[in-house]
Design a protein around this ligand. Structure first.
Ligand code: GUN
Ligand code: ZN
Length: 429
């Protein structure tokens, strides 16, 4: 395989920015370059320096004046909900019952799943998302379609067959036993195949019996390296119903803890309405609160309490939650996260937001050795961003002088049109 050198402005994070002027947290090269060999980044830095390391015959691709970053990571998204986005509902439970649980039944059909796996990855990549943690449907075949297509494209994807055995249409339920068996089969068939990662995926406490959460806990114990994903405290009516179903639990978080699911591998979608005790338990376990701003606004679920999450030292991530979310774009997602914090009287620095969408989300998934940075040794999942993607952005850019201003403009006004090129394991897609 020939080596490839990408030239452009490069931005990669070393650590979480502590303030808007924390320049030590990132490496920015005005005339930078990345050397890619065998799907990995083998050198990064100034063009002058990296160029001396390029073997004879290296293909040079000049992306100046655009910005090269690690591909965006979306740690909470629903593969079978492409045709649920933009469904008109008063709240989460109405939205689930009226649209989502109807649509997901269609993924019983293998050809439907295969078609949507292609459409799903096309859409992620168009938006500069090179890794996602996705919920498939309850059907094992939906996970098979998801992972087969991810492997075909050499994508690093996390996915899971949803486990749900009650409070949903019969065609969309498994049982405690079949959910366990099918998840095990998906793990055996796909985990570690290509760049695939399987996640244990009990949908949420409302749609799982205690027996099923027990089975999910058994899977987690048997496969301690696997991520686990579920939903937590998204909506007030959801919380009230959940506590009726699990009257013995101290609170919603305690339900997952009781079944051995509150671990460092756990991704907790939404995590909006949490008591101090829950924040403390989540922080102690090292589980991740996954903020889904466009979804929380769209469904009217609530305003994520970033300040308290930070004060309690809870690990976090940021995600689209398509189809509750309204955009596949991590740029749009950062913008809505910023606005939610504006409403709460908090500041969210652009530099921290871009850290979160790349390295921060990679750390949340435990995958920072592979993705989320431009460091040598990383997989070459790279995006090329353009802050002048629309006429309005171009006009605004005339007055922009700093990297921070450029990043802020791009998150405020940008979307898929700002993504000029995407590389997956070093190959342009
Ligand atoms: N809670 C349980 N299932 C879902 C889902 O599909 N989307 C959202 N936003 N919340 C959920
Ligand atoms: Zn979700």
């Amino acid at each position: 395989m020939t080596a490839r050198l990408l030239r452009g402005r490069t931005l990669s994070f070393k650590s979480r920015p502590q303030a808007r002027d924390d320049h030590a947290s990132y490496i920015y090269e005005e005339d930078g370059a990345l050397l890619i060999e065998n799907g990995r980044i083998t050198a990064a830095g100034s063009y002058a320096n990296v160029n001396t390391k390029a073997p004879i015959g290296t293909e040079v691709i000049d992306h100046r004046p655009y910005l090269l970053m690690a591909g965006f990571i979306d740690p909470h998204i629903h593969f079978p909900q492409m045709q649920v986005t933009a469904s008109y509902a008063a709240n989460l439970l109405e939205w689930l019952n009226t649209y989502t649980f109807v649509e997901e039944q269609r993924f019983a059909d293998a050809s439907h799943s295969a078609r949507f796996a292609m459409l799903f990855f096309d859409e992620l990549l168009r938006h500069g998302t090179t890794t996602a943690a996705a919920y498939c449907s309850v059907h094992k075949g939906s996970a098979d379609a998801f992972f087969a297509e991810a492997q075909r494209r050499n994508l690093l994807m996390v996915g899971g067959k949803v486990m749900m055995d009650r409070n949903a249409p019969e065609a969309l339920t498994d049982t405690a036993q079949s959910g366990y068996d099918d998840t095990r089969a998906v793990i055996e068939a796909w985990h570690g195949k290509g760049r695939n990662h399987v996640a244990i995926t009990p949908r949420f406490a409302i749609t799982s019996t205690p027996e099923q959460l027990e089975a999910a806990g058994t899977l987690a114990r048997e496969n301690p390296e696997l991520l686990i994903q579920t939903h937590l405290s998204e909506n007030n009516a959801e919380i009230a119903y959940t506590l009726e179903l699990y009257p013995e639990a101290k609170d919603y978080t305690d339900i997952y803890a009781r079944y051995g699911l509150l671990t460092r591998k756990m991704l907790l979608g939404h995590a909006i309405h949490l008591a101090d005790r829950e924040m403390e338990a989540i922080a102690e376990a090292g589980s991740v609160a996954v903020h889904c701003p466009t979804s929380n606004l769209f469904l009217g679920s609530g305003l994520f309490d970033l300040k308290r999450i930070r004060e309690h030292g809870v690990r976090m991530a940021i995600a689209t939650d398509i189809g509750g979310g309204s955009s596949y774009s991590l740029l749009r997602t950062l913008d809505e996260a910023y606005k939610i914090q504006q409403l709460r009287g908090n500041r969210l620095a652009p530099i921290e937001s871009y850290w979160q969408a790349t390295r921060g989300n990679a750390e949340a998934l435990g995958l920072v050795e592979r993705i989320g940075t431009l460091e040598p040794g990383s997989d070459a999942d790279i995006i090329v961003l353009d802050a002048c993607a629309t006429p309005a952005m171009k006009i605004r850019m005339e007055t922009v002088q700093t990297l921070e201003e450029e990043l802020f403009l791009m998150q405020t006004m940008g979307d898929d049109r700002s993504v000029r090129a995407v590389y997956v394991a070093g190959e342009a897609v």
